[in-house]
Design a binder for this molecule. Structure first.
Ligand code: TRP
Ligand code: SF4
Length: 399
C-alpha cells in the first residue's frame, strides 16, 4: 500500500517561524518522499470565525506565498484550497451518518476551545463538526500519513474510528465473506496460515499488534489486486472490504520555537518573527528580544536555560556557537547583544532564501492563483474517484 501524505493549515495569513519549524519545513521534506496533498483549510477557518471573513482571501494568498517560500513546491506536491474541492463537503455529509454525536463531543479540542475562546460563538453545528470535516479531508485522499502537531492527534484518531465505522457498515456487500475467502486462496499457503493465525489472535484475544502485522503481510502480496487486498484487510476486523484506509499521525520532532517574549510564538500574542521580515525589522526584533531577566547589567551572569534567545541558538547555531553562548552567558564574559549578533546573521541568511523563493509570487500574484487552480483540479480528480467508490458502497450511485 502506497503512503499518501495529507495535511492542511487554516489560512491565518503571513507565516511565522513556529509554523515553519513546526510544519512547513517538514512538508517541504516529505514532498520528496511521498505523494503529498497540502491544502488551505478555509472552511475550517469559518468554523471558529464565521463572522470574520473579510481577510480570508488575502490570508490564503499570503499563507500560500510563505508555503512556497518555505520550499513547498507546487510541482512536487498537490497544493490546493479546500473550498475549491466541494467534494469534501459531500464526504463530510456521508461520513456524518455513521458518526455518533458523543465521538465529536468528547474530542478534547471541542470543550477546550469553547472555554479558551469564550468571546466567540462556538455553539454551532459547524464547530462541533470541525474534526469530522478534517476526517473527510484526510479520507478523501486515502491519506495514510498525516503530519500534524500533538494538538491534532485526537482528530486523526477520530478519523480512524470513522473510517472503521464506515468500512464496517458499507464494506460488507452480499458476497464479502466469499470474496475474502477467495482472495485468501490466492495467497501462498504458508502466508495464508500466518494470516489466519494473526487474525485469530487479534479478533479472539485482542492482540492489537497482530492487526498491523497481518495488514503488512497482505500489502506485501503484490500479486493480489487492490480489491483483494482491501477485502483481506477488512476481513481481519470481521469487516468487508476496506473502503477507506485508517490514517496514522506522522509526528516529527520539531523544536519548540519561543516567541520574542519567551512565551509560545503566536500571532495572537504579538510576539512573532515572520518568515519574511524586512532585514532591519528582523534585527530590531531580535535586539529587543527578552533575555534572562537576571542579566540586568552586563556583568551579571545569566542562565541560558531561562533565555529564549538561547532556544533560538539551539535551532540556528553550530555547536561551537551554542557552547560559546552557554559559557559566555554563565560567566558574563559576553553581553546579550554580543550573544544575539551571530543569531541575527543566521536568521538573515535563512530569510534571504525565503525572500528569494517568494519574490516571483509577490511580483505576480496570478502565479498563486494558477497553483490553486491546477492543484484543486488535480485534487478533484482523486476526490471524485473516492466519492464514486463511497457512493457505490453506500448504494446511492444509481441514476
Ligand atoms: N485542524 C488542522 C489545524 O488546525 C488543520 C486541518 C484541517 C488539517 N484539515 C486537516 C490537518 C487535515 C491535517 C489533515 O491545524
Ligand atoms: Fe540570553 Fe545570550 Fe543574554 Fe544569556 S547572553 S541571557 S543566552 S541573550
Amino acid at each position: 500500500m502506497e503512503n499518501r501524505v495529507v495535511s492542511g493549515m487554516r489560512p491565518t495569513g503571513r507565516v511565522h517561524l513556529a509554523h515553519y519549524h513546526g510544519a512547513l519545513k517538514n512538508w517541504a521534506k516529505l514532498q520528496h518522499e511521498y505523494e503529498c496533498f497540502f491544502f488551505v483549510a478555509d472552511w475550517h477557518a469559518l468554523t471558529t470565525a464565521y463572522s470574520e471573513t473579510e481577510n480570508i482571501e488575502q490570508n490564503t494568498y499570503d499563507m500560500l506565498i510563505d508555503w512556497f517560500a518555505s520550499g513547498v513546491s507546487p510541482s512536487a506536491s498537490t497544493v490546493f484550497v479546500q473550498s475549491r474541492v466541494p467534494e469534501h463537503a459531500e464526504l463530510h455529509v456521508l461520513l456524518s451518518m455513521v458518526t455518533p454525536l458523543p465521538w465529536l463531543e468528547r474530542v478534547p479540542t471541542y470543550k477546550d476551545t469553547i472555554t479558551r475562546l469564550n468571546d466567540k460563538n462556538l455553539n454551532t453545528f459547524g464547530f462541533l463538526g470541525y474534526p469530522l470535516l478534517q476526517a473527510a479531508d484526510i479520507l478523501m485522499y486515502k491519506g495514510t500519513k498525516v503530519p500534524v502537531g500533538a494538538d491534532q492527534v485526537a482528530h486523526v484518531e477520530l478519523t480512524r474510528d470513522i473510517a472503521r465505522a464506515f468500512n464496517r457498515n458499507y464494506g460488507r456487500d452480499a458476497e464479502w465473506l466469499d470474496l475474502a475467502k477467495r482472495a485468501l486462496g490466492k495467497v501462498p499457503k504458508k502466508i495464508a496460515k500466518q494470516y489466519a493465525e494473526w487474525r485469530k489472535q487479534y479478533t479472539e484475544q485482542g492482540v492489537s499488534e497482530r492487526l498491523e502485522a497481518a495488514r503488512a503481510l497482505i500489502y506485501d502480496q503484490t500479486h493480489l489486486s487492490v480489491d483483494e487486498m482491501d477485502r483481506l484487510v477488512g476481513y481481519l476486523e470481521d469487516g468487508g472490504r476496506r473502503i477507506l484506509p485508517e490514517p496514522e499521525v506522522l509526528l516529527t520532532d520539531t523544536p519548540l520555537v519561543p516567541g520574542l517574549d519567551g512565551e509560545k510564538m503566536s500571532k495572537s500574542y504579538n510576539n512573532t518573527v515572520l518568515l519574511r521580515e524586512e532585514p532591519s525589522v528582523l534585527e530590531k526584533k531580535i535586539q529587543t528580544m527578552q533575555t534572562d531577566p537576571a542579566r540586568v547589567r552586563r556583568r551579571d551572569p545569566g542562565d541560558p536555560r531561562k533565555c529564549p534567545v538561547y532556544s533560538l541558538h539551539k535551532i540556528y547555531s553550530e555547536t561551537a556557537t551554542v557552547n560559546w553562548v552557554d559559557d559566555g552567558c554563565r560567566s558574563a564574559s559576553i553581553g546579550c547583544l554580543d550573544c544575539k549578533s551571530p543569531l541575527i546573521d543566521s536568521l538573515k541568511k535563512e530569510q534571504d532564501g525565503f525572500h528569494e523563493r517568494a519574490a516571483p509570487f509577490i511580483e505576480d500574484r496570478s502565479l498563486v492563483h494558477n497553483v490553486i487552480e491546477k492543484g484543486s483540479e488535480k485534487a478533484r480528480v482523486i476526490a471524485r474517484e473516492t466519492l464514486d467508490d463511497v457512493r457505490s458502497a453506500i448504494g446511492i450511485s444509481y441514476r
